[in-house]
Write a protein that binds this ligand. Structure first.
Ligand SMILES: [Zn+2]
Length: 62
């Protein structure tokens, strides 16, 4: 493997990391007191009001 190969592999890895990052970014992993999917009030620290909303949200954002 020469330097060109290493550079190639590195930029590929960075591109993958960036894609992963931008997908994760959506509503920035913070619980805001409301269900991310339906907007119901939820307990502090929770992001969805129910497992169902969690699942639906994941389906919609993936
Ligand atoms: Zn909900």
């Amino acid at each position: 493997m020469d330097d060109a190969d290493i550079t190639e592999r590195l930029s590929e890895t960075i591109a993958k990391a960036n894609r992963y990052q931008s997908r994760k970014d959506e509503p920035q992993g913070v619980a805001n007191g409301q269900c991310w999917f339906c907007g119901e009030d939820v307990e502090p620290g929770r992001r969805w009001c129910s497992k169902q909303c969690c699942d639906d949200w994941q389906i919609e954002t993936n």
